[in-house]
Design a protein around this ligand. Structure first.
Ligand code: SF4
Length: 711
């Protein structure tokens, strides 16, 4: 092991995977800093990674449940026993011909993540945290210009030129720090003379740094952008050269017909932004050398597909595809496949667990994965029998958590759990592990080897990174990738004939002319600067069936969804009188996407910064009507739940909205349970209560919920 020096590795306190240097003294990590190869910065969340590594609450040994699910009672077992339990149950499932009833919920770290390989080799089913947030955006951009971004593929902010416009729509990169480069590069771009526009019902730190905060009605983004598109198109302010050359023949005429009544004046009452402001931003965009749009929360409402479609059209007509300061069209690194490659399930089978009245219509989608609510339904239906989870927290952090928790405890007439085995891999205690049959102690980025490559690296123009251990592992912790490789050798050896994880990564790297050693020599990152711009020019086409940008979604014609509707999510239209407030949520630094370990990081949840509390944020105008003062205890009621919490009055939230931090209220672990208040998900019924409307119009998981507030 290395000693007393700065050692290059990768931070994994969030999915940005920054290249860092760790200072190790006598086998202990003392300090971390950004590696100059990644522009020499790291964020406060990354620095708190040392607290996770040395937390007194680290899960150090495999644990087996000894009480009922939900009680959180465990005993220590050996790794051999843990491996035997998993092997036995999966063999049993395979012998019953039910491997399709096995799923693994994870956040893949590469396109060939060994966990993913194991599930494919077994014939199981992968459900990731990734598209819970992003499915509508992914679908919209795929359909329109054939690329595959998620919210981690932010615009390349370091390329935004002077005068460029950066729009954050319902995205809080400064607050939750899910990618330090985003906040840093946005602020640097502002220094260069770019403008930051924040469109959001709640004023967070991004808005504080913005040139203009536009408080919009939640779910009003599609209407807002269609209003801008109308103005640009009807006033000849769009990029005609780009559209003439790259938009599929006939689509511009149809767009002109569709957009003609989506005037800023007509859209204004829907999004509650004055028409003159819609026009003002449209004019600014028409004059700017570049415009980029970055969204997250706003793409999770029940009209998310409409918003994604409207956003895609806006990028096209302003010519902001794959240009400096615009929307990048990333490509995944061409790693060498480790042969034989296990077959992936067919795309339709990815929707196997889907329930609800529209389940047959899911052939319309080509990329569908499942949020928590569907997992709960699948358990009830008997179509999910074995469930593995890494870096996700369905018991707490997703819509439908309460339904999921209940499903975990359902039993048959013989008293056996319907879900036969639930395995959680974690670093620190998570809420979800309370329901686990087996808890496997995972390793931090300071203790493990791992090859990382995903498209969001594009923001650094990096193609791959290698996380190398800088200290000995704590306790008997093992990285989930190694565990799945060992299980693969037991159950599907034909796909795991390589020696170990290092040989697996080395073989993959050979595909790009690299090796583990070369990666280490290069500071753990490989940066061929392949980001590039205008790749469709050199390719002579977009990655769509026609090779052109496809504005009209013809495949949805029989559903009447070939063009985006500007309307708000249907959920907002119901019970408006009885439930006058729209629930909006936001993120804090301790949140790490679906990852659970940072909930229990003392450095990120201190009482001084207030992150152990989660009061309901209300506008003082609304509070006055309800006769509330700051700190009053209120009852918040949605259609399915009721909670009692204090209010925090702030003009930083749009009237008519009620704000809560997302994913709050963990009861496992000393640090997280200090803040055992309520999170937004307790009030959000599930992701499937409006299946008829939501399935084909909305995101996979959405947050469109109305509530009432009473003293
Ligand atoms: S942005 Fe994420 S990966 Fe980078 S330093 Fe911060 S926590 Fe670590």
């Amino acid at each position: 092991m290395h000693e007393d020096k700065w050692i290059p590795t990768i931070c994994y306190q969030c999915k940005a995977e920054c290249a860092i240097l760790a200072r190790v003294e006598n086998g202990v990590v003392k300090e971390v800093k950004g590696n100059p190869l990644a522009k020499g910065k790291m964020c406060v969340k990354g620095m708190a990674g040392i607290t996770t590594l040395y937390s007194g609450e680290r899960l150090k040994y495999p644990l087996k449940r000894i009480g009922e699910r939900g009680e959180g009672k465990f005993e220590r077992i050996s790794w051999d026993e843990a491996m035997d339990i998993m092997e036995k149950k999966l063999r049993e499932l395979r012998d019953r011909g039910e491997m399709h009833k096995f799923t693994y919920s994870m956040f893949p770290h590469s396109s060939t993540d060994p966990k993913w390989r194991f599930v494919n080799a077994m014939g199981g089913f992968i459900t990731t945290g990734l598209p819970h947030c992003d499915s509508a955006k992914i679908m919209a951009h795929l359909h329109t210009f054939g690329c595959f971004p998620n919210h981690h593929i932010a615009p390349i902010y370091y390329s935004v030129p002077k005068g460029g416009i950066m729009i954050l729509a319902g995205r809080h990169p400064f607050g939750c720090l899910d990618d330090a480069s985003v906040a840093r590069d946005i602020l640097n771009a502002k220094e260069r003379g770019a403008k930051l526009i924040v469109i959001d019902p709640i004023f967070r730190s991004e808005a504080a740094k913005a040139d203009w905060w536009i408080p919009i009605k939640p779910g009003g983004d599609a209407a807002f952008f269609l209003g801008m598109c109308n103005y640009l198109l009807t006033n000849d302010l769009y990029d005609k050269n780009f559209c003439d050359k790259w938009v599929r023949e006939g689509d511009m005429d149809k767009l002109m017909e569709f957009i003609k009544d989506k005037t800023p004046e007509a859209m204004s009452p829907i999004c509650e932004v004055p028409a003159q402001d819609i026009i003002k931003l449209a004019k600014m965009c028409a004059q700017a050398p570049s415009v980029c749009v970055d969204a997250f929360k706003s793409i999770m409402y029940g009209n998310a597909m409409d918003w994604g479609h409207a956003w895609s059209i806006f990028l096209v007509i302003t010519g902001n595809l794959d240009n400096p300061g615009g929307q990048p069209l990333p490509e995944i690194a061409p790693m060498a496949p480790v042969e034989p490659v296990p077959p992936a399930p067919s795309l339709h089978e990815l929707g196997y667990h889907r329930t609800g009245p529209n389940r047959d219509k899911f052939d319309y989608y080509t990329f569908i994965l499942e949020p928590t609510w569907y997992a709960a339904q699948a358990v009830k239906e008997g179509t999910l029998k074995v469930f593995f989870a890494s870096e996700c927290n369905p018991a707490l952090s997703e819509m439908g958590s309460s339904v999921w928790r209940e499903a975990m405890t359902l039993k048959d007439k013989q008293g056996n759990y319907l879900l036969e085995l639930f395995v959680v891999t974690e670093i620190l205690p998570s809420e979800t592990m309370k329901w686990a049959d087996l808890v496997l102690p995972d390793q931090t980025n300071f203790e493990r080897w791992e090859l990382l490559y995903m498209p969001w690296w594009y923001t650094y123009a990096h193609t791959a990174a290698i996380c190398q251990p800088v200290v000995e592992p704590i306790g008997e912790s093992r990285h989930a990738n190694k565990v799945m490789i060992e299980l693969g050798k037991r159950l599907v050896p034909e796909y795991f004939a390589f020696k170990d994880d290092l040989e697996y990564y080395d073989t993959e790297l050979a595909g790009v002319g690299m090796s583990l050693q070369k990666m280490l020599d290069n500071g753990c990152v490989w940066s061929p600067r392949t980001a590039g711009f205008y790749k469709y020019e050199s390719a002579g086409k977009f990655n769509t069936p026609s090779g052109k940008v496809e504005l009209e979604w013809r495949m949805y014609k029989d559903l009447g969804q070939e063009w985006p509707s500007p309307e708000l999510p249907v959920e907002f239209k119901r019970g408006e009188q009885e439930y006058p407030f729209i629930l909006v949520n936001f993120r804090s630094t301790f949140l790490n996407n679906t990852g659970a370990w940072s909930h229990n990081n003392a450095q990120l949840r201190d009482p001084i910064s207030g992150r152990d509390r989660n009061p309901l944020v209300l506008n003082p105008l609304d509070a006055k009507k309800l006769d509330l003062v700051d700190g009053d205890l209120v009852t918040v009621t949605s259609k399915t739940a009721q909670v009692r919490i204090p209010v925090c009055l702030s003009e930083k939230i749009k009237p008519g909205c009620a704000g809560l931090i997302h994913g709050f209220g963990q009861t496992m672990g000393k640090i997280a349970s200090l803040g055992n208040w309520i999170g937004d998900n307790e009030l959000i019924a599930d992701a499937g209560s409006h299946l008829d409307e939501q399935d084909l119009r909305g995101g996979e998981a959405h947050v469109a919920t109305r509530v009432k507030v009473s003293k």
